[in-house]
Design a protein around this ligand. Structure first.
Ligand SMILES: NC(=O)C1=CN([C@@H]2O[C@H](COP(=O)(O)OP(=O)(O)OC[C@H]3O[C@@H](n4cnc5c(N)ncnc54)[C@H](O)[C@@H]3O)[C@@H](O)[C@H]2O)C=CC1
Length: 397
């Protein structure tokens, strides 16, 4: 019943999202300043709200749902989310769903949604209350270095205080004083260091407030905020056997962190690395890679870019060819990071080449750019899109 009700609402997602935010801000004007809808395009707001609810719908009945909601609640501490905010959001969400669903929103559907929402909110609050003792809701982090690589790329080195506990491959959400009310997720681009600093690799997204602020308007001395680290991408307790790492664009960041960890462990088995970039100028971290190669002699790196003047996606085609020329995929553990479309495509090809699905590790990343054009209902019915994966343990409203 929950799914049926939501399916009707989803077809009028934009309308429901507009109604939701208007209702929420109208009825809770005192707490609405942090993310007034006018600050962000509706389409993107709609995508985030519905990606989050869709994720919950997809996991209904799945034993992983409570853990997912607890992680979401723990992460929402950075918004200072209190029980009264959950109640306000629930009231507005149900009002918006009822409005969008029209006659399909029966008393039974409403009752089922009320019950489901209160269980979800309680589980999230439980997650918030169960955060490790002493864990702050966010970390302050000073920018100690800001390196630009062309107009659209930067690597920032931050010093969080207190020290941020994390494992190689994890990510954090970032808030910036010049992008009010926005939290965005970035993978940490280094294995834990003795001095506690962390690197974030940022590719500017056109119209993206956070990536633009981080690339263009951030300087040493600026103070950012970081959420608790999250994500399940990891080498595991004792990696063994041949390993393949595939990175596209700034997806290089978590791969670099994992490779640094391997180098620290003096890993000696075969390690392949494919670095894919939209052009040669985006192979921005070659000196670090060379240094890594000298610490990890078993590392074999292939750089892949499109032919000069060709579409950036040609790099993905070239990668596929290169992957096809390699063998022994059933024995390789594969680690993957990059744009969501890239990861989906590569995963499919790897499985076709014989790689074991259970040995392919990646953290899905929600889109940071504008979403696709909303579907018309006919298109929706004929070709219902696969919901975009949203990992709320990390990715934020
Ligand atoms: N943990 C993770 O998985 C991480 C993911 N990312 C994501 O990686 C992306 C990096 O963005 P940029 O550095 O600007 O990369 P980009 O847009 O320059 O893309 C790099 C290459 O990826 C391939 N590619 C891009 N979109 C594709 C698609 N839809 N289908 C197939 N291949 C595609 C192309 O070959 C392109 O040359 C962002 O979406 C970011 O969210 C970034 C860091 C960590």
């Amino acid at each position: 019943m929950l799914r049926a009700g939501f399916a009707v609402v989803e077809r009028r997602a934009e309308h429901a999202a507009k109604y939701f935010y208007s209702h929420l801000f109208w009825h809770n004007r005192a707490c609405g300043r942090c993310s007034r809808p006018g600050l962000r395009p509706w389409k993107r707001q709609r995508d985030r709200l519905f990606a989050a609810v869709t994720e919950v719908m997809d996991r209904l009945g799945d034993p992983s749902l409570p853990a997912y909601l607890r992680a979401l609640g723990r992460d929402h501490r950075k918004f200072l989310a209190a029980p009264e905010h959950y109640a306000a959001v629930g009231a507005s969400l149900l009002a918006a769903f009822a409005r969008a669903a029209g006659g399909a929103w029966t008393a039974e559907v409403e009752k089922a949604w009320c019950q489901a929402y209160s269980v979800m909110a309680e589980t999230m609050l439980e997650g918030a209350a169960g955060a490790p003792p002493g864990e702050p809701a966010w970390w302050g982090a000073d920018v100690v270095r800001h390196a630009r690589y062309g107009p659209d790329l930067a690597v920032l080195t931050l010093r969080p205080s207190p020290q941020l506990p994390y494992t190689a491959g994890q990510y954090v959400s970032v808030a910036h004083p010049r992008a009010a009310g926005v939290w965005r997720t970035y993978s940490i681009g280094n294995a834990p260091r003795a001095d506690g600093t962390v690197d974030l690799h940022v590719s500017r997204v056109s119209g993206g407030p956070m990536s633009t602020a981080l690339v263009e308007r951030t300087h040493p001395g600026d103070a950012l905020r970081l959420s608790p680290p999250a994500g399940s991408l990891s080498l595991g307790a004792s990696p063994s056997g041949p390993l393949t790492f595939i990175a596209a664009g700034t997806g290089w960041a978590p791969m670099k962190a994992l490779l640094e960890q391997l180098a620290g462990a003096r890993y000696a088995d075969e390690v392949r690395l494919f670095v894919v970039a939209r052009d040669a100028a985006y192979l921005y971290d070659r000196p670090a890679l060379e240094a890594l190669g000298s610490r990890l002699p078993c590392l074999h790196t292939t750089f892949i870019t499109p032919a000069p003047g060709r579409d950036p996606l040609q790099a993905t085609e070239r990668l596929m060819t290169a992957l096809g020329h390699r063998s022994h995929w059933p024995h390789h553990s594969v680690f993957l990071a990059g744009p969501p479309g890239f990861m989906a495509e590569v995963r499919e090809v790897l499985v076709g080449l014989g790689a074991a699905e259970s040995r392919i590790s990646c953290d899905a990343v929600p889109p940071v750019g504008p979403g696709p054009r909303p579907l018309g209902s006919a298109e929706w019915l004929l070709n219902r899109p696969v919901p975009r994966w949203h990992n709320p343990a990390a990715r934020n409203a």
